[in-house]
Design a protein around this ligand. Structure first.
Ligand code: BTN
Length: 236
């Protein structure tokens, strides 16, 4: 897998592991390879598209990985593949909702927040581990490893296996998608073949382009969606 041990910086509580990791990257301090910022609890966890990310101590895994390269849009898809490969050892039918939500049975199990800085990229990973229920607004949309498998999980052990898998794929592919990796991603992507709507229109998700965009067959022809919210029929 990876060629050196993980460098885990652990907190009982922090505002956001992504915020801490970004500050660390930008501080100019030399960083040990495979650095992971891990917290039992976050007080101001952040999600994609400016949303907040709520998690409870003991119920969730919250960590951020520091990747030494900069401005590679495909890193976010590669990370989703890394998380899937680690979770595949624990449960079946792990899939991806484009670009990088990890889902099981069409419910969200894990969210990933990728943030680029001038010094490197931070990959924030939040996994629902031991929750047995969720707040009303997300109760039908979210799931946890406990709900799926009936087992409870140690967050640190899982953090180590997920982080190793993500660093491995990020290092191997250097943030680039080749034909083989696009095929692999497509085979795991539950969005493909479904009706989707995005800010510019709607259509059927048909594939993934070399830069990681979602290719959508619309009434006006093929369109590429690079970022933003995509609503997918049948998935939360
Ligand atoms: C999303 O699906 O909106 C992405 C959620 C990402 C949450 C993780 S938890 C660890 C890291 N720190 C944060 O503040 N956010 C990410």
């Amino acid at each position: 897998m990876i060629s050196a041990p993980l460098n885990m910086i652990k907190f009982d509580s922090v505002d956001s592991t992504n915020t801490y990791a970004k500050a660390l990257l930008c501080s100019g301090e030399p960083l040990t390879p495979y650095t992971v910022v891990y917290a039992k609890e976050q007080t101001q966890g952040r999600g994609r598209l400016g949303r907040s990310w709520h998690s409870k101590e003991g119920e969730s895994l919250c960590m951020s990985l520091i990747i030494p390269y900069v401005q590679k849009p495909c890193i976010t898809l590669l990370c989703a593949l890394g998380v899937c490969s680690a979770l595949n050892d624990i449960c079946e039918n792990v899939q991806i909702k484009w670009p990088n939500d990890i889902i099981v049975g069409n419910k969200k199990l894990c969210g990933i927040l990728t943030e680029a800085t001038a010094h490197g990229t931070v990959i924030g990973i939040g996994i629902n581990l031991n929750s047995t229920g969720f707040p009303k607004d997300i109760a039908t949309k979210a799931t946890s490893l406990r709900l799926i498998t009936g087992n409870t999980f140690d967050p640190v052990c899982l953090a180590e296996s997920v982080a190793s898998a993500v660093f491995h794929i990020a290092e191997k592919h250097q943030g680039e998608l080749d034909a083989e990796i696009i095929e692999h991603y497509t085979s795991l992507c539950a969005t493909i073949g479904r009706e989707v709507s995005f800010s510019g229109g709607k259509g059927i998700a048909a594939g993934i382009s070399e830069d990681g965009s979602l290719i959508v067959e619309t009434k006006n022809g093929m369109e590429e969606v690079r970022f933003g919210e995509v609503l997918v029929s049948g998935i939360y």
